[in-house]
Design a protein around this ligand. Structure first.
Ligand SMILES: *[C@@H]1O[C@H](CO)[C@@H](O)[C@H](O)[C@H]1NC(C)=O
Ligand SMILES: *[C@@H]1O[C@H](CO)[C@@H](O)[C@H](O)[C@H]1NC(C)=O
Ligand SMILES: *[C@@H]1O[C@H](CO)[C@@H](O)[C@H](O)[C@H]1NC(C)=O
Ligand SMILES: *[C@@H]1O[C@H](CO)[C@@H](O)[C@H](O)[C@H]1NC(C)=O
Length: 194
């Protein structure tokens, strides 16, 4: 029991040290232009197909990218795959947002000429998706973003033919949603230790 408590505390402290809280998407500057090589109506096969994601700073955006350090690319559920699913719900507060549960990659920020070839992981649920990139500053705060779809999240979406989506499967891994896959090794370590 105590061991479990200290595990939780440890995870909480790690999380608190790593991420800013109460960051709202609507307060972030949408200064990145993001696109994917998917074609309208394309259905990608999980574990097989690849998508090239490209991004760059929007040169006509009236701001500056001086504090941009890192980008985090994520795969996000389109509205059509969120209906009736509280476990995929969009919330403007990023602490509570469940739109983008899958990490693609983290990379140092570069103003232009960025691309990443993403192989759709075998365990991706069957759903409709888009890609979003968050820009992180040196203090690990999200300060800007960009996405491969429009504001209403209706254009340039892609479908994945993956694992059969199941409420129980997604409910089993909330800890990964909250703390990120980076902590998975820690959990494994503690599971072995306990
Ligand atoms: C780039 O930024 C300008 C100014 O904010 C905006 O009008 C334009 O739509 C943006 N371009 C893209 C592709 O997002
Ligand atoms: C967001 O953009 C505005 C201009 O639209 C700029 O004044 C501000 O500094 C930017 N904020 C960040 C955190 O880059
Ligand atoms: C960049 O970060 C510095 C230090 O935190 C801050 O003073 C400055 O306002 C930031 N610039 C922008 C454009 O956000
Ligand atoms: C973009 O990246 C490619 C491949 O890494 C490189 O060959 C090319 O010179 C780069 N272009 C610019 C403008 O940086």
């Amino acid at each position: 029991m105590e061991a479990h408590l200290s595990l939780l505390l440890l995870l909480c402290c790690f999380a608190a040290a790593s991420y800013a809280h109460n960051v709202h998407l609507s307060t972030l500057n949408q200064s990145l232009i993001v696109s994917t090589t998917t074609t309208p109506g394309q259905v990608l096969k999980a574990g097989v197909d690849q998508v090239t994601i490209t991004w760059a700073y929007n040169e006509t955006f009236p701001g500056t990218d001086t504090n941009y350090t890192t980008v985090e690319a994520k795969v996000c559920y389109a509205p059509v795959s969120q209906t009736g699913r509280d476990d995929r719900k969009t919330d403007d507060n990023l602490d509570n947002d469940k739109t983008c549960p899958f990490d693609i990659t983290d990379a140092p920020y570069k103003r232009s000429n960025n691309s990443f070839i993403w192989t759709v992981p075998r365990d991706t649920p069957t759903a409709t998706y888009f890609v979003r990139l968050y820009v992180i500053n040196a203090k690990n705060h999200e300060i800007a973003y960009g996405q491969s779809t429009d504001a209403l999240k209706t254009t340039s979406l892609f479908q994945v033919d993956g694992v059969v989506s199941d409420q129980k499967v997604s409910a089993a891994s909330p800890v990964f949603d909250v703390f990120g896959y980076g902590f998975a090794w820690l959990l494994v370590l503690f599971t072995v230790y306990l």
